[in-house]
Design a protein around this ligand. Structure first.
Ligand SMILES: N[C@@H](CC(=O)c1ccccc1NC=O)C(=O)O
Length: 294
């Protein structure tokens, strides 16, 4: 029996307000500091790496991505696609290149994908956009040695939706070697009646068809060779932690999937991802190891 169904609206909204659970700062300050950290990290990456900014992956104004390119003579060049968080209604690719410095330094291409956040975009559109961005990336970068995904929060949800795609409707079938799902939401039903859904305006039907927890059979068909890391912050709220634990358990009990749960000590919902600017951070090391670049 899920706990969220027994909660009143206030408690549910508290559980799904990550900023209220930080052990480091007040709610307002942790969000301000998060945006600043991501912006500064992205500016630094744009200064240090070669970049291709605003590359279109579709016809829409918001269907653009940024590429951070390593200078390397190696033939073994993995590529990681980063999907930003922000509850499908905040942030953009403009502050999503922050993780590129340590990765590009090790010879990894980093792609930060933009998508139309709410209220401009809705859930179906965002999922369709990020799926098309993956197709576009593999068409443009056919020489890479491996394709990886990393997503934070709402971006981890979108990454899990990519892993759960029936690619028969697309021109190519991406082979995703690994996925890093950081502090994600995998069951959208609990947020339907909260403030998070106000700009999204999801119905129950929309929430169900866009919940990775409902799509595990498709994930098994499409992504059976993918290494999946489900990472969660020690200081994430109990309901956020439950989302990761439940999704991990469902994947883990599905035969043929390689999945690990990383409970990252001393982190909250925000610095669990911010620290990817640091090459020595546990998750950076794990990501590099997954790509054979540590
Ligand atoms: N109301 C949410 C806001 C939030 O999640 C957020 C806000 C701005 C930028 C990013 C956010 N979340 C995750 O990246 C919270 O309580 O944290």
């Amino acid at each position: 029996m899920s706990r969220w169904k027994d909660m009143n609206k206030d408690e549910l909204e508290r559980q799904f307000s990550p900023s209220q659970w930080s052990h480091r700062m007040s709610a307002d300050d942790v969000i301000k500091s998060h945006v600043t950290a991501l912006k500064e990290g992205t500016e630094r990456a744009r200064g240090l790496a070669q970049t291709l900014l605003n590359v279109p992956y579709g016809e829409g104004e918001g269907e653009k991505l940024d590429v951070y390119v390593p200078t390397t003579t190696s033939l073994d060049v993995p590529l990681v696609i980063y999907l930003h968080g922000g509850y499908w209604q905040f942030l953009s690719k403009e502050e999503s290149g922050f993780m590129a410095v340590p990765l590009v330094h090790k010879g990894v291409v980093v792609v930060a994908v933009g998508y139309d956040i709410a209220p401009k975009g809705n859930m179906d559109l965002m999922v369709s956009q990020v799926r098309r961005s993956v197709v576009s990336v593999i068409q443009q970068y056919s020489h890479i040695s491996g394709l990886y995904l990393c997503g934070h929060s709402a971006g981890a949800h979108l990454a899990a939706m990519i892993l759960s795609t029936d690619w028969s409707q697309y021109s190519v079938t991406p082979q995703i070697k690994g996925a890093f799902l950081v502090s994600g939401i995998y069951d959208l039903l609990p947020i339907l009646s909260t403030y998070v859904n106000e700009p999204l305006k999801m119905t129950e039907e929309v929430a169900l068809r866009n919940s990775p927890s409902q799509l595990v059979p498709q994930l098994k068909l499409s992504s059976s060779n993918c290494d999946i890391v489900v990472a969660v912050a020690q200081k994430d709220s109990p309901e956020f932690r439950k989302q990761s634990e439940d999704y991990y358990k469902t994947l883990e009990s599905t035969e043929g999937l390689k999945v690990t749960l990383e409970d990252v000590p001393n982190t909250d919902h925000f610095n669990i991802i911010e620290q990817l600017v640091d090459g020595d951070y546990h998750l950076t090391q794990l990501l590099l190891k997954m790509m054979g670049k540590s």
